[in-house]
Design a protein around this ligand. Structure first.
Ligand code: AMP
Length: 334
């Protein structure tokens, strides 16, 4: 379907589109800088804000709960849609999977991400260390329980031991996963898989600022992990080979599981223990909001590939430009 759509595209008028939230400013600023037309699809409440920026050629207001007509209009406008976390949240993974518009990256990952068990399976298949998963009877030590579809860590809870877990599970109905709670510091890695250069780039990293774990709660509130902001991060250089290895292993696992090359931005989300081992508890198959920390200035790691700082929006626009010019657009979208 997507190849047929692309054949009808006027490549002189190729547009970059995204949903107006999350990383839209980063994505569209960079796309405009590379000479693409830029489109933002906004919920009515925030359209006015995106109209403040000259690098966005058109801001459309739309009801994202019915995405098909929007996708059709995007395709009529020769647009490549750049998906991000808020897109998946607003339109839902089923609509994201079926939207009739070329979508940057591997869109089938949204289906795997919607199921915590399948998500962890893919990471394990890649040989990446992950937290232990328990059933209620065999849980040991502190655990974190995650309800499927929980956002920003709301809908997660902890238990110190099996007894507390069994007590707290009484109030839970609906799919969830029980995981070992890993002690250490969080670190989130940003990768870019490039079909054009044939490599996985370790592009940047961040750490999040989360409401009730980083906030001044004085032990009076339950911990929540609602992401409010992000900080840039650089790691000890001795950790980088492991981070690169896991990034490449993830791309290999996607190829094996889906029969499709990994492409575009993605992220692995980890805890680093005090013995410097890395445990990955989550992945994101598309651009993560933590890349915004490098908007306009570029990440320190990006210079290793291009000898100039780039942000992730610029990296996406660069890949799209090369793919278009080499007749390889179908290799970077799905
Ligand atoms: P998530 O919504 O999956 O990104 O998780 C929210 C936060 O929970 C993360 O930023 C981590 O700090 C924490 N977290 C998730 N899973 C684990 C785990 N298995 N062990 C320790 N911390 C975790």
């Amino acid at each position: 379907m997507i190849e047929a759509l692309l054949k009808r595209y006027d490549l002189e008028r190729l547009a970059v589109a995204t949903i107006a939230s999350h990383t839209a400013l980063q994505i569209l600023r960079a796309a405009k800088g590379r000479g693409f037309r830029t489109l933002a699809v906004a919920r009515p409440s925030s359209a006015w804000f995106y109209r403040r920026f000259q690098f966005i050629d058109e801001v459309w207001e739309a009801d994202l709960s019915n995405f098909r007509p929007v996708a059709e209009r995007l395709a009529e406008n020769n647009a490549v849609l750049i998906p991000h976390g808020s897109y998946v949240e607003y339109v839902g993974w089923r609509q994201a999977l079926e939207a009739p518009v070329p979508t940057f990256g591997v869109r089938r990952l949204v289906e795997i991400e919607a199921d915590q068990h399948r998500k962890m399976d893919l990471l394990r298949r890649a040989g990446i260390p992950t937290p232990k998963t328990y059933s209620p009877k065999d849980a040991e030590g502190p655990v974190i329980v995650k309800l499927f579809g929980a956002k920003g860590g709301r809908g997660y809870f902890f238990a110190k031991n099996r007894e507390e877990l069994l007590e707290r599970l009484k109030g839970v109905d609906g799919p969830h996963i029980i995981q070992e709670y890993v002690f250490g510091v969080p670190a989130y890695y940003h990768y870019f898989a490039s079909p054009i250069y044939g490599r996985v780039e370790l592009f940047g990293m961040d750490v999040r600022y989360e409401a009730n774990v980083d906030g001044r709660t004085f032990g009076l509130a339950e911990p929540t992990f609602v992401v409010v902001a992000n900080f840039p991060l650089v790691l000890r250089e001795s950790l980088l080979p492991a981070v690169q290895k896991y990034g490449e292993a993830f791309a290999d696992a996607v190829r094996e599981a889906l029969g499709e090359e990994m492409k575009g931005p993605y992220s692995l989300e980890s805890i680093i223990r005090d013995d410097l081992s890395i445990v990955v508890f989550e992945f994101s198959g598309r651009i993560v909001a933590g890349t915004n920390v490098y908007m306009g200035v570029g990440s320190p790691y990006s210079v290793l590939y291009f000898d100039r700082p780039m942000d992730m929006g610029e990296r996406i626009a660069h890949e799209l430009e090369l793919a278009r010019d080499r007749g390889r657009l179908e290799d970077v979208v799905s």
